[in-house]
Design a protein around this ligand. Sequence first.
Ligand SMILES: [Zn+2]
Length: 444
Amino acid sequence: MGKSRRKFLKQLVGVSSAAGLSGTGVLSHAAVSKAKIQDIRLSNNRGYVRLVFDLDQSVQHSIFSLHGPERVVLDLKNTDIPAGMIDMIQASSLIRGIRSGIQNGHDLRVVFDLHEKMSPRSFLLAPSGDAGHRLVLDLYDAETNNESVVEKAKAKKELRDVIIAIDAGHGGKDPGAIGRNGTKEKTITLQIAKKLEKVINGQRGMKAILTRSDDRFLHLRERIAKARKNDADMMISLHADSFPDPRARGSSVFALSVDGASSEMARLLADKENSADMLFGDISLAVDDQMVKEVLFDLSLTGTVQSSLDIGDEVLKQIGSVNRVHKKKVQQAGFAVLKAPNIPSVLLETAFLSNPREEKNLRSSAHQQKIAKAIGRGVSSYFQRKAPPGTWLSEAVTEYKVKPGDNLSVIAEKFNTSVNDLRSRNALQSNNLDAGQVLKIPVS
Ligand SMILES: [Zn+2]
């Protein structure tokens, strides 16, 4: 593939230089108005590939698909591309090859050869911050791209909120753990859930939904169904631990990946006790909480995604400022990965109801508020970095190319943000920057 692409490019270079020689008469006019592609960036995301074309001016463009073999064609009116630029784009597991050619003497055509059918979506972004005109092309794989996703995006031109499903553990006939002073887990989780709902709804670009807003019993499956029905981008399940030894204390976070009911799950759940033992034998779950086991069990069937761990990590970091953290790392089991699209989820064991001091804390409205705020910060810092396409948060980001002599605090000040935010948004391990490096910057 590499070879034929190179050959194609050589032909292309030949064509364009020939056109330049013979068309000197119109060259000056063309040179003034022609758009130029300055850079192309490709990123692989869950379910789609995003290509960003940096341009020196706005362009007219169109996209269409061709089948047998599967291709997506992008036409850019009156546009130039530097020789060799297409060749520089990293390969992607979803794209077999990329070629370009000149149409009508001045239009650019870019052809994406695909392994399988993908649905394209494109939009233009006006200059913002240090970023100039951009054309964004998203190629969705067939599995992710069920009609509803695309239709919804089309129907709703405005950007949607990131949806956070908040699941208050237990409820109704199931009180969950009970503290020494009679505090019920189901009450605590609902109180924190409602506080968290307010925290989330107070953040621009995010919206919370509750799986339950009163004291009622819900099966795990109903909780998941509710999250799915609301197109949740993530789910956080709130619990409070209990352990025979009253000294046990601290918070822990589990990364989950929730999927709807599977018949396999039903079959395996019938043998719950055995399976749960087998599954959780290697993680120290200091709980005897049937629901937690069920949620974790579901996870074991659907498989975790990196995003669950990632979200869990952010939440854990923030919770650490409020309560002692029981386990320094997000817990996970050895999961079998299934292909089903799923909702990244985390389960938070806020603290131990069986520990008198923590029980007292959990009953305190002020402490509950601290927990809610910490979760809110963790969730927000994740979605600032990894907002799904089509959301306000995903668009509320611009890019900045680091100049020689720049440093993080100068850039943070310039864009009215913080060094920590820049580090987390760009997954930077240190404060060192290289000139030319591109940073994601929040739009304030
Ligand atoms: Zn629980």
